[in-house]
Design a protein around this ligand. Structure first.
Ligand code: G3P
Ligand code: MG
Length: 249
């Protein structure tokens, strides 16, 4: 599965960020539909566990920025979360969009041949629970046989937990800080990660070359400028996360 996942990413070159965040409210079904309609072959989403045990698709710890509600998502039940309007903050055209369940986005993407980078966004009180719940959901539905999947997280604790629960799924290391290159390579080895995901403002050509030489793919966020995307692809970057449907050269 690793080989086909990576081959699919190398062809795609653009990963719709949070669905397609410039076109529709991030991480809602409308954003995944927008990515599909724009012809994207991969999307990224942020997954977290809510208080009643369901996995939802949401970026922030709280629902405040991307819905008409208030509060921390991990302390709210899905019954509460599903009542929120997750579209009007973006535009009145999207009034009534909901915070989706991860399984509903998996089904949509499987139906349309779209791969998903599931970014584990653990709640701030338990870094392992989200990893375990995602592993359980993916195993129960045999989802990795139905669509290309890549698991990532800024939380090393979450990624290591996921590695224990479902080792056969490909993992990518996400970093938001500057690390020395030897430390990056050592952590990629420890995680048996297939990819390195890094911020466009931090990446250097030397890092791209070294990670590629170690046999890994490099994915960069968030790249909304087509010229910048092209420059990164030419430096050896496999794919960029974009809020826009960039067209690969
Ligand atoms: O997974 C790539 C990117 O989404 C990481 O940053 O904050 O947008 O989840 P963030
Ligand atoms: Mg993300």
């Amino acid at each position: 599965m690793h080989n086909s996942t990576l081959a699919s990413l190398r062809t795609a070159r653009v990963i719709g960020h949070r669905g397609l965040a410039a076109a529709a409210p991030e991480n809602t079904m409308a954003a995944f539909v927008a990515a599909q309609q724009a012809g994207l072959r991969w999307v990224e989403l942020d997954a977290k566990l809510c208080a009643s045990g369901e996995l939802i698709v949401l970026h922030d710890n709280s629902v405040d920025r991307t819905s008409n509600g208030r509060g921390r998502a991990h302390a709210m039940s899905y019954q509460q979360l599903r009542k929120l309007d997750a579209g009007s903050w973006f535009s009145p055209r999207f009034a009534g969009e909901r915070i989706p369940l991860l399984q509903d986005v998996l089904q949509f993407c499987a139906d349309h041949g779209i791969g998903i980078n599931i970014e584990l966004k653990p709640n701030p009180v338990d870094y392992v629970a989200t990893a375990r719940a995602v592993a359980d959901l993916l195993r129960a539905g045999d989802w990795s046989a139905r669509l290309p999947l890549l698991i990532s997280s800024f939380s090393l604790q979450s990624l290591r937990a996921f590695q224990r629960y479902l080792p056969e799924l490909p993992r990518g290391l996400l970093l938001e800080r500057r690390w020395p290159l030897p430390r990056i390579l050592a952590e990629l080895d420890a995680l048996a990660a297939v990819s390195f995901h890094y911020d466009d403002s931090l990446i250097t050509p030397e890092q791209i070359a070294a990670v590629r030489a170690s046999g890994r793919d490099v994915l960069i966020w968030t790249v909304n400028d087509p010229a910048r995307a092209k420059a990164l692809w030419q430096l050896g970057v496999t794919a960029v996360f974009s809020d826009q449907p960039l067209v690969p050269a």
